[in-house]
Design a protein around this ligand. Structure first.
Ligand code: WTA
Length: 656
């Protein structure tokens, strides 16, 4: 099985209607209602969002101006004051939801914990006071490097409560990658755990933090707060490191939420691009709160009776928006699971669904492809009848995987919401509403109400139906990234200058190719830049090249993505060696390990090929198109006349 090809999705004509019973009880009951809502929002996006902001969120003080758009800089709900932790917690405590399960957590070894809204509120208030006592103030940054345990969500909400911006770093990143992010964000404190459980092994997170901070390499970090998870022995640096449980036990549970300006930074989350180091994507409070709230509510038809489970890690935007903020703002029950499917427990996801009666299940195509390979017997041996809606995110889903998900997991009863969005967009941009939008396997369908999306050429001219082009967003939306942390210039260049403003209108360049069909449905074709997606994890090829080149044996490296049955794409590296080194399998292994050390296991090259030289144009640019073709095992076709030295290509081909 492979990623969707143009041929396979052009031939995809199946259409699946939302189940009538589901639509009947939903807020948005039909496609006609969606279209009416869409038209209303399009006519006056600011008025549309203002009405929802008033209705759906609690504000300490109402805003003066809904949208201040000084392209490419947007401000939403200017002058408004709110706190997302108040909207996620406090406001539910005065309702029957006080004793409702807010967070259900299942650990990999089988331990579990449920926190009601009242209990979660208490923990968050205590942690907020712990942070204050450690000298964290409004406007500071806090690094979070955690396993998938409730304390990760508590830490995020505690930061939000006192107005410190969090910067969560995925626990699979290496000490080097962690250090880069802590330094860039100038984090004052790091919250971590002694370790976490992953695939039946202990991941030594605290040790990575120690390495990241060694030799005062991240001087802004004054303290490290450590959750006791694995109880493995760890080093505690006197004067710097403190135990979470000790401070939490002493802290007061009284901590009113700080009234935040709508445009105060809520968090920074690093993501890969085609150039340079990962960028710190900045999200602010009001617009992000509203947008994740509305998209969680309408896309998933979220109800108080739902048990909602998103399998992402909180280290990614999906975990931020759709494990923590979106569901909790709605007062939903959100499930958090520490484990991942592994040979010792191939049915673990289905066990979690059965155990907690999960009704909405949201995962990634790479996971679905893994389940297909593991076999139907695992889901078939569990009772999955509680499920009513399924979701997918992270990469294009091939129609075959979509159909398997629909039939084997959803038993043909559950709509599938294929959600296209990005770290930068904060929330779903193109996705069906489960209750209203007919779905087509492989299509993310239509934009969310209030989102104006288009497919254009490089001059910004709309592409005709069914012709590919670049996916753009033509009007600001509440949860759009505000800037790249510390680098407004990079923000402008990356997102707003690839395609110049058209008729005075700024176009947000998403970096994805797409096609729109005759029904206005969008089909995402994948990245058009040097970003690859390995198991749905976004990686910049240049980051991996820099990691390789930092090894003394490597003279030059070029990294491309190559198709992979399970991961979608895998990392394929072409490497030339410094004179004194010779190619060997041992060196390949060493280089792979080196990349893991520099970035993390997610970036480990699946294949490294040594070459005497890399194919370059006469002006010295590496010809990636050729390398991509070679990596995919296909024959080179098309124009190679700009290639400087044809023998290079012949040599690379022969190595195959
Ligand atoms: C890809 C993840 C096709 C896309 C939320 C995007 C998708 C990048 C889909 C963002 C989807 C995400 N169909 N492609 N449903 N969802 N993508 O920032 O290439 O980790 O630009 O955010 O993932 O990845 P990120």
């Amino acid at each position: 099985m492979s990623n969707p090809t143009i041929e396979s999705i052009l031939n995809e004509k199946r259409l699946f209607q939302p189940p009538a019973e589901l639509s009947a009880q939903a807020e948005i009951k039909s496609f006609a209602e969606y279209e009416a809502l869409y038209a209303k929002a399009k006519a006056d996006p600011a008025a549309f969002w203002a009405e929802l902001a008033e209705r759906e969120l609690h504000w300490f003080q109402k805003w003066d101006t809904t949208l201040d758009w000084q392209p490419p800089f947007a401000k939403w709900f200017v002058g408004g004051k709110l706190n997302i932790s108040y909207n996620c917690l406090d406001r539910h405590l005065t309702t029957w939801r006080k004793n409702k399960a807010a967070l259900i957590w299942e650990g990999e070894p089988g331990d579990s914990r449920t926190l009601t809204y009242a209990q979660l509120h208490r923990e968050v208030c205590q942690m907020a006071n712990v942070l204050k006592n450690l000298g964290v103030h409004k406007g500071d940054r806090v690094g979070i490097y955690m396993p998938m345990i409730p304390e990760a969500a508590i830490a995020m909400l505690a930061c939000a409560r006192i107005g410190a911006a969090h910067s969560v770093v995925f626990g699979g990143f290496s000490a080097e990658a962690l250090r880069d992010r802590l330094v860039d964000a100038e984090a004052k404190l790091v919250i971590t755990a002694d370790g976490g459980f992953r695939k039946d092994k202990v991941v030594a997170l605290k040790e990575q933090v120690d390495n990241a901070l060694a030799n005062n390499a991240a001087p802004s970090v004054k303290n490290v707060l450590v959750v006791q998870r694995t109880k493995e022995p760890i080093h505690m640096e006197a004067g710097r490191d403190r135990w979470w449980h000790e401070l939490q036990a002493e802290a007061s549970a009284d901590c009113p939420a700080e009234p935040m300006d709508s445009e105060d930074t809520l968090f920074i989350l690093y993501t890969s691009g085609s150039t340079g180091k990962p960028k710190g994507v900045v999200h602010t409070t009001g617009g992000y709160n509203l947008y994740t709230h509305m998209t969680a509510k309408w896309t998933f038809d979220l109800k108080d009776t739902d048990v909602y489970w998103c399998t992402a890690d909180v280290g990614w935007i999906t975990g931020h928006s759709y494990i923590v903020y979106g569901p909790l703002s709605n007062g939903a029950t959100t499930v958090m699971y520490e484990g991942v499917p592994r040979p010792s427990n191939p049915g673990c996801f289905w066990d979690v669904i059965e155990k907690y009666g999960v009704t909405i299940f949201y995962t990634a195509p790479t996971a679905i492809r893994t389940f297909i390979k593991m076999g139907e017997q695992h889901p078939n041996a569990r009772n999955l009848s509680s499920l009513r809606i399924l979701g997918t995110v992270g990469e294009p889903i091939n129609p075959e995987a979509w159909m398997w998900y629909h039939q084997v997991i959803g038993k043909e009863r559950c709509p599938i919401v294929d959600t296209w969005w990005q770290t930068e967009t904060g929330g779903f941009m193109i996705a069906p509403l489960a209750s209203a939008t007919p779905t087509k396997p492989g299509s993310a369908t239509r934009p969310f109400p209030g989102i104006l999306a288009d497919v254009v050429d490089l001059d910004g001219n709309p592409a005709p139906d069914n012709e590919g082009g670049y996916l753009v967003i033509t009007h600001p939306w509440p949860s759009m990234l505000r800037t790249v942390y510390g680098d407004a210039d990079r923000f402008r260049k990356t997102y707003w200058e690839h395609i110049p403003p058209k008729d005075g209108k700024y176009l947000y360049f998403a970096g994805d190719g797409a096609r729109r069909d005759e029904d206005g449905y969008f089909w995402i074709m994948g990245r058009v830049d040097d970003v690859i997606s390995v198991s749905g994890h976004r990686l910049g090829t240049m980051e991996i090249e820099s990691a390789l080149v930092s090894h003394p044996a490597v003279a030059e490296a070029a990294v491309v993505g190559c198709p992979d049955e399970l991961k979608g794409e895998d990392v394929f590296a072409f490497v030339t060696l410094e004179g004194t080194y010779t190619a060997s399998d041992a060196l390949k292994d060493e280089l792979k390990k080196h990349v893991v050390g520099e970035i993390g296991a997610i970036a480990r090259p699946g294949e490294i090929r040594f070459a005497d030289a890399l194919p370059k144009t006469r002006s010295g640019k590496i010809m990636r198109r050729l390398l991509r073709t070679l990596a995919s095992g296909a024959e080179i076709s098309g124009d190679t006349s700009t290639l400087e030295d044809r023998t290079v290509l012949d040599a690379l081909r022969e190595e195959r």
